[in-house]
Design a protein around this ligand. Structure first.
Ligand SMILES: [Zn+2]
Length: 451
C-alpha cells in the first residue's frame, strides 16, 4: 500500500484509489488549489478500464492504491442531530423523561458554557470523538452562549469536520431561570453569531438558526428566527414531537395552532433547509406538511429509547416522502457514534415488527443509506456529500474489517456486502483506519492537529 499522506497534503490533481476486488477506481481532483485543498470526486470507473482512465485523467498507473481484501471505502457518516455541549455528561443521566431531564441535567450543564475554557475542553473532545467514529458531517446544537458557539465552529474547522453549528435560542425557561436570554438578546446574539461565523469563511462550517424547541420560545422569538433564517437563506434546526408530555405542553402554550408542526410552520421555520429532531408522535397530516414544505426529520433512536420518548415509525415517514437522516442526539442518546444510531434504528424497527407483524422492517442497507445519503439530504447538503458521485466532495471512511486488535473476527474471506454488514453491526472506531473530509485526511490525527 502506498503512503498517501504526502500526496493528500500536496495534491492538486487527481488521486486514485484502486479497489481491485470491487473493480472500482475513484479519482479525485482539486477544487480549490492554492487555497485550502478541497478534493472532489473526478471519476468513478471499473478497475479493468484503468488504462483508458489513466489516459483520460492523466495519472500514472503506479499511483493506484490497492486496498486489501478486507478493506473498503464507504461514504462518510452524517449525524443530523447532536448536542455538542451535552457530550460532557454523555453516558449518564438517562433516568428521566424529557422535560424533567432538561430541567434536572441539561440546563444546569449547558449554563456552564459561558466559561470558554470549559467549552474548549468539551468541544474539542466531541469533535475528535465523532470524527474518530466516522462522522464527517455533524449538525450541532451548542448552547445560548455566542462566543462558545463560535468556538465550536472554530474547532470543527480546525479538525476538518463538515459542520452546521447552532447557537441555541430560548427566551423562556421557568425552571433554571438564569439559563435563557431576553427576546432582544436572542435576536441580537443570533445575528452576531451568524455574521461572525460567516466572516470566518470556513469552507465546511456554516451557522444554523436554532430555536431550542417551541416550549422554550415565545411566539415573537420564533417569528424573528424564521425571518432571520429567510433573510440570510440559512439552515434551521429544532426539536419536534419527541414525547407525549411535550406535545401536550405545546398544545397548551400555543392553543391557536392546529398542531405542533403548525406552530413552526406559522413562523416560517419549516423550509427545505430545516431539520427537526425526533417527530415520534407526528400525525399523517403533520408529516404531509413536512413533505409540502421540504422540511426533514432526524431520527435519534438511542435517545428515543433512553428517555422513553417513543418509537419513530421510519417506514411511515418514508411513505410520506419526508427526508430523513439519523442523529445521535447526545446526550439524550448516550453514544456519539452513528454506527450505534444505525443499530438502534434497526432495533427500533424490529420492535415495531414485534408489535405488528405486518410492519415492514427496515433493512441494514436502508439504515446505511439513512446514515449517509439520507443524512446529507436531510441537511440539504447532498449536492456536496452523502455518497460517491462525480462532482461531490470526497467524504469517506477507510474501513478495515479485520483491523488488528479490532472487534471483528473474520473466519473466511467474505464478499463486500457481508464485510459491510459485519462492520455496521460489529465494528467500531478501531475499524475506521482513515477518515477523509473533502479529500483531506482528518483521522488519524496528526501532530499538527490542535489539542
Ligand atoms: Zn436534541
Amino acid at each position: 500500500m502506498h503512503d498517501l499522506e504526502d500526496r493528500y497534503v500536496n495534491a492538486d490533481a487527481e488521486l486514485i484509489f484502486g479497489q481491485v476486488e470491487l473493480c472500482v477506481l475513484l479519482g479525485l481532483r482539486g477544487q480549490n488549489p492554492g487555497a485550502l485543498l478541497l478534493l472532489e470526486i473526478a471519476f468513478i470507473g471499473k478497475g479493468k478500464e484503468q488504462d483508458r482512465l489513466s489516459q483520460t485523467f492523466e495519472f500514472n498507473l503506479s499511483e493506484i492504491t490497492q486496498l486489501a481484501q478486507h478493506e473498503f471505502f464507504m461514504p462518510g457518516l452524517v449525524d443530523t442531530h447532536i448536542h455538542a455541549s451535552q457530550y460532557s455528561y454523555a453516558g449518564t443521566a438517562l433516568d428521566m423523561p424529557l422535560l424533567q431531564w432538561l430541567n434536572t441535567y441539561t440546563f444546569p450543564v449547558e449554563s456552564r458554557f459561558k466559561d470558554l475554557e470549559f467549552a474548549n475542553r468539551v468541544y474539542t473532545k466531541v469533535v475528535k470523538r465523532t470524527l474518530r467514529n466516522g462522522t464527517t458531517t455533524a449538525c450541532y446544537f451548542a448552547t445560548i452562549h455566542t462566543d462558545a458557539s463560535l468556538l465550536l465552529g472554530q474547532i470543527a474547522n480546525d479538525f476538518g469536520q463538515r459542520a452546521l453549528v447552532g447557537k441555541v435560542c430560548m427566551d423562556r425557561n421557568n425552571s433554571v431561570k438564569h439559563y435563557k436570554e431576553t427576546n432582544q438578546e436572542c435576536q441580537e446574539e443570533t445575528c452576531r453569531f451568524i455574521s461572525e461565523l460567516l466572516n470566518k469563511k470556513y469552507p465546511l462550517v456554516k451557522p444554523v438558526v436554532t430555536p431550542r424547541f417551541a416550549p422554550s420560545c415565545t411566539g415573537a422569538l420564533l417569528e424573528q428566527l424564521g425571518a432571520i433564517a429567510k433573510n440570510n437563506n440559512l439552515h434551521i434546526q429544532s426539536h419536534i414531537s419527541e414525547n407525549v408530555e411535550e406535545v401536550k405542553l405545546v398544545k397548551e402554550m400555543f392553543p391557536e395552532s392546529e398542531s405542533y408542526t403548525h406552530v413552526y410552520h406559522k413562523y416560517n421555520l419549516l423550509t427545505d433547509k430545516t431539520v427537526m429532531a425526533h417527530g415520534c408522535h407526528l400525525s399523517d397530516e403533520e408529516l404531509d406538511l413536512f413533505r409540502q414544505t421540504g422540511a426533514s426529520l432526524s431520527h435519534c433512536p438511542n435517545s428515543n429509547i433512553s428517555l422513553c420518548s417513543g418509537v419513530l415509525n421510519v417506514r411511515k415517514v418514508l411513505k410520506h416522502k419526508v427526508r430523513l437522516g439519523l442523529g445521535t442526539d447526545v446526550a439524550g442518546g448516550y453514544s456519539a457514534s452513528i454506527l450505534d444510531a444505525m443499530r438502534r434504528a434497526l432495533e427500533s424497527s424490529k420492535v415495531l415488527t414485534i408489535q405488528d407483524p405486518e410492519h415492514d422492517t427496515l433493512t441494514f442497507e436502508e439504515v446505511f443509506r439513512l446514515a449517509t445519503l439520507g443524512g446529507s439530504q436531510a441537511l440539504s447538503l447532498d449536492d456536496q456529500t452523502g455518497n460517491f458521485e462525480v462532482g461531490k466532495d470526497f467524504d469517506a471512511l477507510r474501513v478495515n474489517v479485520a483491523a488488528p486488535g479490532g472487534p471483528i473476527d473474520l473466519i473466511q474471506s467474505e464478499e463486500p456486502k457481508i464485510l459491510l454488514e459485519k462492520f455496521l453491526n460489529l465494528g467500531d472506531d478501531r475499524n475506521i483506519v482513515q477518515v477523509f473530509v473533502a479529500g483531506r485526511k482528518v483521522v488519524p490525527f496528526t501532530d499538527a492537529t490542535p489539542e
